[in-house]
Ligand binder design. Structure first.
Ligand code: ATP
Ligand code: MG
Length: 641
């Protein structure tokens, strides 16, 4: 039995705030039974408000309308920067770990305050007003963070687009959001290579009539292609004041949108609002990672993903800690990069993805053992299920069995971590390869094939959440019907995650994977249809089917079956053209690992098995026009992989 001491909670305040609860279980039950009291108390305690809210929540899981902290007003940038600057302007907010090791730059809360306000004033001078959308196409760097906060300062809605997307992918996101301004850099630098950010933006905005200005920050200073919309961001900032009155925003005004891959149709602009998102991101950041004042938090995700939003920017800054901006790759200049960085910067919490862990594991322990990792206390994983081998390696070789390893399950739509081994009583058991326990206020449930809620333990099915929580997405930008169809109509009155899960005999949750046709390549999610559409744009392609297959390092690889039109031959030239088409339409990470060009009927069920090398149990193939083609496919598969 837990003793009701301060150590019961990793957040000591919680015990003072909810004195009736003396154990993790009691507090969790309280958060579920007294939801409004739980979140309302924390919102008052943890956020700075301009006007107090009148009602904690006004939510309806049937109609998909969600409002939190109704009537309250605040500014997110004040909560992330001003509060900490007032206390100690010299505290370090950001450490920019640049591509070359040992070149890091530190930005204090005082400096971040000035940068943010200058950019906010630049945006205003270009006509950006409350509610306008601003696209940010930049890698992790202080100006990118300051740009996100600048939007929050004036009530503009940011849409950060991963700076590896192609011009077409970027343009479709800018058009969907009708962004007024794009913020970018001349070039990016990653793994010793230059990335032509500006060139991509120029190509993209040529097809985006809503864009009236492109703000260009200097990263390399190399000459790059220009356009009539260009504004030199560094020069424009110098001319502006370092003070900008924060806009007073309603809790439910939009803070940002972020596009997820969209397994069917166009990418979805998942939209989050101000207060609920900030409270949820900051509380989960503090509790899951045990991150406190003075800590150096190292989330190596790119800011173009939700993990970068919640755990590089908003969570850590709301909590006033020092957050790492990692520009490089896990293997540059060698596979010791993470560990050298941890040693040099004395990182306390590291948050990365299973694909990176698997990759580093393959390179051998010597790259880890060279470095002093004693600063580390928490090791986090996110993005896909972490296999047990990788979990043990992370725990033993990196954590020396002295760190808390947290496999965190969540989504763009959930705003923050929803299932994770912590918060729970310090020392309580952690099982390899599963996120285990719901966060406060999160009530998971598992649905069976007929849509019935499965009671008890030892059950597998569709993972849904039963109760609204403050960090939940409010809509898909411009497509509320699609929002309802995707998340609230599959199972009435519940939030459908799209993932499958097991509830084990002890009540712990394990995620089995996504229930739709999405491939997870090194943590990048791709709809199979998206890759098929891209391939289909090459003149040689009659038809294609894309499936994922197990890949040692990337988690899943992309296997494309392509049927060529008459007159085209399956040679190396066609194949390289097909790859170029995918790169142009989507991004480099979407390139198929294997392209099999054959003729025959497409039957996904069989193709998936061939790709995964599970050819013993192909099931019924008698309905195929030509069953012998399967033999042919298997033979070719063996040649290819
Ligand atoms: P789309 O919904 O358009 O396909 P996406 O799901 O790729 O986009 P994200 O929100 O970044 O975009 O990814 C969330 C998904 O990642 C989860 O639904 C789940 O499938 C997977 N995931 C994240 N964390 C974990 C984890 N710890 N264990 C297992 N799967 C995880
Ligand atoms: Mg998803």
């Amino acid at each position: 039995m837990d003793s009701p001491t301060a150590s019961v909670f990793s957040l000591p305040e919680l015990k003072d705030v909810f004195p009736g609860c003396s154990s993790y279980e009691e507090l969790y039950n309280f958060s579920i039974n007294e939801t409004d009291l739980f979140w309302g108390t924390l919102a008052k305690l943890r956020l700075r408000w301009n006007r107090n809210f009148e009602k904690v929540s006004d939510c309806d899981m049937e109609t998909g309308l969600f409002r939190w902290f109704v009537g309250g007003q605040l500014n997110v940038s004040v909560n992330c920067v001003d509060r900490h600057k007032e206390k100690d302007a010299s505290r370090v907010a950001l450490i920019w770990e640049k591509d070359e090791p040992g070149q890091e730059e530190r930005v204090t809360y005082g400096e971040l305050y000035t940068m943010m306000n200058q950019i906010a004033n630049v945006l205003k001078s270009h006509g950006v007003e409350k509610g306008d959308r601003v696209a940010i196409y930049m890698p992790a760097c202080p100006l990118a963070v300051a740009s996100m906060l600048a939007c929050a300062r004036i009530g503009a809605v940011h849409s950060v687009v991963f700076a590896g997307f192609s011009a077409e992918a970027l343009a479709s996101r800018i058009v969907d959001a009708e962004a007024k301004v794009v913020i970018t850099a001349d070039q990016g630098v990653r793994g010793g290579k230059l990335i032509e950010l500006k060139k991509t933006v120029v190509a993209a905005v040529a097809n985006c009539p809503s864009v009236t200005a492109v703000l260009v920050a200097k990263r390399t200073g190399n000459p790059v292609v220009s356009s009539s919309l260009d504004v030199d961001l560094d020069e424009a900032m110098i001319k502006e004041s370092g003070e900008c009155e924060p806009a007073v925003l309603d809790s439910e005004d939009l803070l940002f949108m972020l596009y997820t891959s969209g397994s069917t149709g166009n990418p979805k602009g998942v939209a989050h609002s101000q207060a609920g998102y900030l409270l949820y991101a900051s509380l989960t950041h503090k509790l899951v990672f045990d991150c406190n004042e003075g800590d150096i938090f190292g989330c190596v995700a790119d800011i173009g993903w939700i993990t970068g939003h919640s755990y590089v920017v908003y969570g850590p800054l709301a909590n006033g800690v020092t957050t790492l901006l990692f520009e490089s790759t896990p293997t540059y200049p060698d596979p010791g990069r993470y560990w050298e960085t941890v040693q040099r910067l004395k990182v306390n919490q590291l948050y990365t993805a299973p694909t990176a862990i698997r990759l580093l594991l393959k390179h051998g322990n010597e790259h880890v053992e060279k470095y002093d990792l004693t600063s580390l206390r928490t090791l986090g994983s996110v993005g896909e299920p972490i296999n047990v081998e990788a979990w043990h390696w992370y725990n033993k070789v990196v954590g020396k069995e002295k760190c808390v390893v947290v496999d965190t399950w969540w989504q763009t739509e959930t705003g923050g971590i929803c299932i994770s081994p912590r918060p729970s009583a310090p020392g309580s058991e952690i099982r390899p390869g599963m996120p285990m326990r719901p966060m406060y206020g999160i009530w998971p449930t598992i649905l069976g094939e007929k849509g019935e809620e499965l009671e008890g333990n030892n059950v597998t099915g569709a993972l849904c959440l039963k109760k609204p929580w403050p960090g939940m997405a409010r809509t898909i930008y411009g497509a509320h019907g699609r929002f309802l169809d995707t998340y609230y109509r599959p199972y009435r009155g519940l939030y459908f995650t799209g993932d499958g899960a097991i509830r084990h005999s002890d009540g712990y949750y394990q995620i089995t994977g996504r229930m739709d046709d999405v491939i997870n390549v090194s943590g990048h999610r791709l709809g199979t249809a998206e890759v098929e559409n891209a391939l289909g744009q090459h003149p040689s392609v009659a038809e294609s089917a894309v499936v994922g297959y197990p890949h040692d390092i990337k988690g899943e690889g992309i296997y494309a079956y392509v049927i060529l039109k008459d007159g085209y031959s399956a040679d190396a030239k066609t194949e390289s053209e097909l790859r170029a088409t995918v790169r142009q339409k989507i991004a480099g990470y979407a390139l198929p690992d294997v392209i099999q060009t054959r003729s025959g009927k497409i039957m996904r069920r069989i193709l998936r098995k061939v790709a995964a090398d599970q050819t013993e149990d192909l099931g019924d193939i008698s309905t195929l026009a030509d069953p012998s083609v399967v033999e042919d496919l298997i033979v070719h598969h063996r040649i290819l992989v």
